[in-house]
Design a protein around this ligand. Structure first.
Ligand SMILES: Cc1ncc(COP(=O)(O)O)c(C=O)c1O
Length: 367
């Protein structure tokens, strides 16, 4: 089927562009002497996770247990869950994954002694060992234990507790990913983890507590970590690239990031054209997320998108080139993660033809 014949709104990827992005990131990571453990929260699809591993990634990250469950069902068996879990339901599910997939390498992020106690209690009962990574504060002020005495106490607690392993540290500075200007972003990313690396050298190493794994970094900051003993880069958005990421600048351009090419798109239909300068499409907030700004209309710089509510997108046309009712347009989302989570299926397009359709199995799995 031709792309234009899909019913709309429809979410699709250009698979050649995705594969070029995967190749490019792997080449860059190899060149920096780092290792890639891509975050799959942007796509939530086991087939794409498999592709990332086939292209050289060591494993994947998921944000939530629910996403990890669908990745394991899809055959992916090296997973870091990057968000702490709390409550009996969650801990039971984590332990169940360990008993259900005994050969899988699973890592859970925590940042408090209570996490250690609750996970260790059930792990001991089920006779499994849970690998833990400690999330540290690295500027975002979200989760993460502050580097210093609290971090040391947490590491020592894990080391002294049966049923859990001290596997390493997660330091992800999410607040820096979209800072404009390459040099400034890299500088801030390194500054945010200076305390951590000093602490590892001066306090952890002498006690034989050097973390085996140090995991973090995103599409905007991965280059900052060369030579810093990060063992894994968690970048995720690079495979899709959204309109927000294309504006942050790269090593050659202050205003544009051309390292990777936008591959995730929404196909939408013009449903109304009330005035020559205003048309309406069938993709509103339930198709195109607006948490990071507005999507852009491909090949039409004269058109600006305005959210018209859940189901409508209003297009302002700053030229005499009117549209036709019934015509389709392709839009680049401003934020790939939250746009993808609006759809059940992702169409795979090659040379303008729909060659496959994947279920977004992790959609809505924020549990
Ligand atoms: C913990 C963590 N690591 C990695 C990423 C991936 O970052 P990006 O999509 O900016 O590449 C995210 C994204 O939100 C994240 O929350």
């Amino acid at each position: 089927m031709k792309l234009e014949n899909l019913d709309t709104p429809a979410l699709f990827i250009d698979i050649d562009t995705v594969e070029n992005n995967l190749t490019e990131m792997q080449r860059r990571i190899d060149h920096l002497g780092l290792t890639l453990r891509p975050h799959t929260k942007a796509h939530k699809i086991p087939q794409l996770a498999r592709k990332q591993i086939d292209f050289g990634a060591k494993g994947i990250c998921t944000s939530k247990l629910g996403e990890a469950e669908i990745m394991l069902e899809g055959g992916i068996e090296d997973i870091l869950i990057t968000t702490p879990i709390a409550g009996d339901n969650k801990v039971q599910r984590l332990i169940k994954l360990h008993t259900q997939y005994p050969k899988a390498k699973l890592y859970q992020v925590i940042d408090h002694p209570l996490h250690v106690e609750s996970i260790a209690k059930l792990a001991k009962q089920s006779q499994v060992e849970v690998n833990l990574l400690i999330e540290v504060e690295s500027g975002q002020q979200r989760c993460g234990v502050v580097v210093g005495q609290d971090l040391l106490a947490l590491i020592e607690k894990i080391v002294d507790t049966q049923g859990v392993n001290y596997s390493g540290i997660q330091a992800y500075s999410g607040h820096l990913q979209l800072i404009k200007g390459f040099e400034e972003r890299q500088k801030q990313a390194r500054t945010a983890v200076t305390d951590l690396f000093d602490y590892i050298e001066t306090e952890l190493k002498p006690r034989n507590l050097t973390p085996q794994i140090i995991s973090g970094g995103g599409t905007g900051t991965y280059q900052a970590y060369q030579g810093l003993h990060y063992t894994e880069i968690q970048a995720g958005s690079y495979l899709f690239m959204d309109a927000s990421y294309t504006k942050i600048g790269d090593e050659q351009n202050q205003d544009a990031n051309r390292q990777f090419v936008p591959a995730l798109k929404v196909l939408s239909t013009v449903i109304s054209h009330p005035t020559p300068n205003r048309a309406v499409i069938d993709a509103g907030m339930k198709s195109l997320s607006i948490d990071l700004g507005m999507p852009t209309v491909d090949t039409r710089q004269d058109i600006t998108y305005q959210c018209g509510g859940d189901e409508h997108g209003i297009l302002h046309i700053d030229s005499h080139q009117t549209l036709n009712i019934g015509q389709t347009l392709t839009l680049t989302p401003s934020h790939c993660d939250t746009t993808l989570n609006n759809f059940d299926y992702l169409h795979v397009v090659k040379n303008g033809q729909v060659v496959d359709t994947w279920k977004i199995s992790g959609r809505g799995r924020s549990d």
